[in-house]
Design a protein around this ligand. Structure first.
Ligand code: ADP
Ligand code: MG
Length: 256
């Protein structure tokens, strides 16, 4: 276990949709350069938690800070005030998000997909952004695809572009929401390999996935969520191989 600083600090997070309380008091700390894998049944609140970290979902209670800075709010005394949209967008650039369905811009080429945010949100020059985008495309094995449009790529290739796009902002943390669950089975491996490579390079990550073997390989910490709460968390060999909670055991029996 490293003793590096806390990069993502989630405290007392609550979120309801109407009468349905989807997050019921979630606390989670992720240290710099560590990988946290979140598992749990469908509907347990995993996506809502990731979206809350990014302030794509406004929280009812609690707070999330990234590298010591709140994402959607500023604090005055005990109270939190929501920031202006522009400032939220700026702070959000510290967080990379990779979605289940890739979410590439369909009308932009692969290269343009990667350079768009560094130029528009970080104010980098186009030439600087292009140099960096080409490095990242080489890293995800797609150096020859920079002029392609998303629809000309396989799902696995699109997801690798999405990872390169997320990395182009040099995020403090990278969030993955079931990054391989929309892929044909034969394309899952190439995407998991890229994610493993990014993890090894020391990027702080939170990964929601049902790929338990992959979780065992890359996770420093596995978190099991059920019904809006973290039920159990610990190193993979503990949570995946010797779960302490019945609910964790029952879930693993279904997915393994
Ligand atoms: P998971 O990712 O673990 O499958 P989600 O976070 O997507 O779970 O959803 C948790 C619960 O919140 C589900 O019951 C879902 O139907 C509900 N939910 C998610 N987003 C919304 C929304 N925008 N409006 C209403 N209910 C939602
Ligand atoms: Mg989900």
């Amino acid at each position: 276990m490293s003793s590096s600083a806390v990069m993502v600090d989630i405290r007392g997070v609550h979120k309801s949709f109407g009468a349905h309380e989807v997050l019921r008091g979630v606390d989670l700390q992720v240290r710099a350069s560590e990988v946290t894998v979140v598992i749990g049944p469908s509907g347990s609140g995993k996506s809502t938690l990731l979206r809350g970290i990014n302030h794509l979902e406004k929280l009812d209670r609690g707070s999330v800070s990234i590298d010591g800075e709140l994402v959607g709010y500023r604090r005055r005394g005990d109270k939190l005030y929501e920031l202006k949209e522009r400032e939220i967008l700026r702070r959000r650039t510290r967080i990379g998000f990779v979605f289940q369905n890739f979410n590439l811009f369909p009308h932009l080429t692969v290269l343009e997909n990667i350079t768009e945010a560094p130029v528009s949100a970080l104010g980098r020059s186009r030439s600087q952004a292009t140099v960096r985008a080409r490095e990242l495309l080489a890293r995800v094995g797609l150096a020859d695809k920079e002029r392609a449009y998303p629809r000309q790529l396989s799902g696995g290739q699109q997801q690798r572009v999405a990872i390169a796009r997320a990395l182009a902002l040099d995020p403090r943390v990278l969030l993955f929401d079931e990054p391989t669950s929309a892929l044909d089975p034969e394309l899952v491996g190439e995407v998991l390999d890229v994610i493993k490579d990014v993890a090894r390079a020391g990027t702080t990550m939170i990964v929601v996935t049902h790929e338990i073997g992959f979780a065992r390989e890359i996770a420093d910490t596995v978190v099991f969520m059920d019904d809006g709460l973290i039920v159990e968390q610990g190193p993979p060999e503990q949570v995946l191989d010797h779960p302490r909670q019945d609910r964790t055991r029952a879930f693993l029996a279904k997915v393994l």
